[in-house]
Ligand binder design. Structure first.
Ligand code: NI
Length: 170
């Protein structure tokens, strides 16, 4: 398992809509393993394949304190059950910025696991937010899209400038 490079906002590839996984092959399992390695190394609580420039419908999540509760969701489908919650979100593709986003609280998720077995789960609170955030990535959507144009513009400018400066230094 090897950590992969994470795309950073405003990289336009983050706007790609991911395609469904046809069959959960050894190659997909390898990708899932690399995604976990990337997420844990970052460190982060969730990662989508879109963020490592693989435009397939796969997300990985671990919201446990001990970092020992990995979940992979392949072709995830979210059904909103109800409630709303406000939580501060960050994103490995938008390093250094945290903003409060309003989302559904309770959700029902159906997906395939890394062995191709279907499963479903109900989530609420932080886990629910994390799954919704990662599934947004598969649609090319980022948490900054929930902010005002002004706020998003500021974040975009700062990150674009940072990346330009890094390129000059290299
Ligand atoms: Ni994210």
């Amino acid at each position: 398992m090897a950590p992969l490079q994470i795309l950073r906002y405003p990289d336009p590839r983050l706007r790609t809509r991911a395609q469904p996984v046809g069959e959960v092959t050894e190659e997909i399992r390898e990708l899932v393993g690399d995604m976990f390695a990337t997420m844990y190394a970052a460190p982060g609580v969730g990662l989508s394949a879109s963020q490592v420039d693989v435009h397939k419908r796969i997300i990985v999540v671990d919201v446990s304190k001990e970092r020992n509760d990995p979940h992979a969701f392949i072709n995830p489908e979210i059904e909103i059950i109800g409630g709303t919650q406000l939580l501060e979100e960050g994103c490995l593709s938008i390093p250094g910025f945290y903003e409060t986003v309003s989302r559904a609280d309770r959700i029902h998720v159906r997906a395939l696991d890394e062995h191709g077995e279907p499963f479903s789960l109900e989530a609420e609170g932080f886990l629910s937010v994390c799954i919704q955030h990662e599934c947004d990535h598969l649609e090319g959507k980022l948490f900054v899209d929930y902010l005002s144009n002004l706020k998003r513009g500021r974040i975009r400018k700062k990150l674009a400038k940072q990346q330009r400066e890094e390129r000059v230094r290299r």
